[in-house]
Design a protein around this ligand. Structure first.
Ligand SMILES: *Cc1c(COP(=O)(O)O)cnc(C)c1O
Ligand SMILES: [Zn+2]
Length: 390
């Protein structure tokens, strides 16, 4: 079955590119987005048709970039459930959690790696490379193993050990870098230039974001095509929130959902909050954050390539951006573990800390339906919560 992809389009200047060719960034430096013939896709499948389909993100294949065979480990269609006790405690009686820690490799990076690797294989690429805070490297390593594609990853030396060990176990070539993800990116850029590796860095290829888009499609389907009032997301590179925003736009164009779009709420860590700062300053782009520091490694991105898209998504949906402290994150990890039975990663727990703050500030109403996104498991992480001291 051929895909409904029509072309790639620059998110900055609107230039179009042929999706059958390999493209990275636009000539203007803007990230490229995948565009579809939505009308034709919407004629090919209706919401009711989804019922009997595979319980993975590939149930939405008409809205994904795959021509023939997807590289899949069964990612996506993760559980979405109510947080009854935590909701009562936070003063949010309709609080939900989308638990993407249940994905292969333990994080929602599996979604992007699945579409990314599928696109790579369909275009005949045999070797890819990416800089990573850790989890994207582990995910691409796993999908590379499934597809028979060699994966080079560069990550900070202090990246979570679990991510490093996973990447090695899946057979990736791992380089540890003294520094941050930007330093890892410089190393990868060398290999891309000198050895012809395919650059799979965040937003440097158009297909990752399509996998992350399925988060938004799933939330809509799992809530019976009635969208929530707010979605709270921990943003590093921001790919997930851009993906969710595109899902909401496409669902609206298809008229599969009704009513106002959810407010998109971005959470960052106080020790690295470039988009939060830019949002409150009314800027369209962020300035690089000096000396980023937080226990939430996935949020330690001092300047994201797609920051302008994240800020646009937040503003267009009437959302907001909020920074939380590492102490609040650790407390929220403990609360999720002890009062919901969820072992969340620090990034995911940050969404609970943010929702609690926004509720206290009156920015979320008690009855609002709020969906938190836990982007990864806390299992095997360096910071599993311990019981509070007596
Ligand atoms: C990468 C990552 C994030 C940030 O995701 P972006 O799409 O880059 O904003 C959040 N949480 C975890 C666990 C991650 O690995
Ligand atoms: Zn452009």
């Amino acid at each position: 079955m051929p895909s409904f992809v029509t072309h790639l389009e620059c998110s900055r200047c609107g230039s179009r590119y042929n999706h059958r060719e390999i493209h990275h960034l636009c000539a203007c430096g803007g990230p490229l987005l995948v565009e579809y013939d939505l009308e034709a896709a919407g004629r090919a499948v209706r919401p009711d048709d989804l019922r009997g389909r595979v319980a993975s993100m590939w149930r939405y294949r008409e809205f994904l970039p795959v021509e023939e065979h997807a590289v899949t480990l069964g990612e996506g269609f993760t559980q979405l459930f109510r947080l009854h006790r935590l909701g009562d405690r936070a003063g949010l009686t309709d609080l939900w959690l989308k638990d993407d820690g249940l994905n292969p490799t333990g994080t929602f990076k599996a979604r992007g790696a699945a579409t990314g690797m599928t696109a790579v294989v369909e275009r005949g690429v045999r070797e890819v490379a990416l800089p990573t805070a850790g989890n994207a490297g582990a995910a691409w390593a796993a999908y590379g193993a499934a597809a028979g594609v060699l994966v080079h990853v560069a990550m900070p030396r202090d990246a979570p050990q679990s991510a490093r060990e996973q990447s090695l176990a899946y057979g990736a070539r791992v380089t540890l870098v003294d520094g941050l993800i930007g330093d890892a990116a410089a190393l990868i850029a060398e290999g891309v230039r000198d050895r012809g590796w395919f650059d799979a860095g965040t937003l440097r290829e158009p297909y990752r974001i399509e996998g992350k888009k399925t988060l938004g499609l799933e939330i809509a389907e799992q809530l019976g095509w009635r969208l929530p009032d707010a979605i709270v997301y921990p943003a590093g590179g921001g790919v997930g929130i851009i993906g969710i925003w595109r899902a909401l736009e496409q669902l609206a164009a298809l008229r599969w959902v009704r009513g106002p779009r959810p407010r998109l709420i971005v959470v960052q860590a106080e020790g690295c909050a470039p988009m939060v700062k830019a949002f409150h300053q009314g800027k369209e782009e962020s300035d690089p954050w000096p000396d980023p520091a937080t226990i939430a490694h996935g949020l330690r991105v001092p300047k994201a390539l797609g920051d302008f898209l994240v800020l646009r998504a937040v503003r267009e949906t009437g959302g907001t951006c909020v920074a939380v402290s590492d102490d609040e994150i650790v407390a929220a990890m403990g609360d999720l573990a002890r009062e919901a039975g969820v072992l969340a990663c620090p990034e995911g727990a940050a969404t609970l800390a943010a929702a609690t703050r926004l509720r206290d500030a009156g920015e979320l109403d008690p009855g609002h339906r709020v969906v938190l996104i836990n982007t990864g498991t806390g299992l095997g992480q360096d910071r599993t919560p311990r019981p509070e001291k007596e």
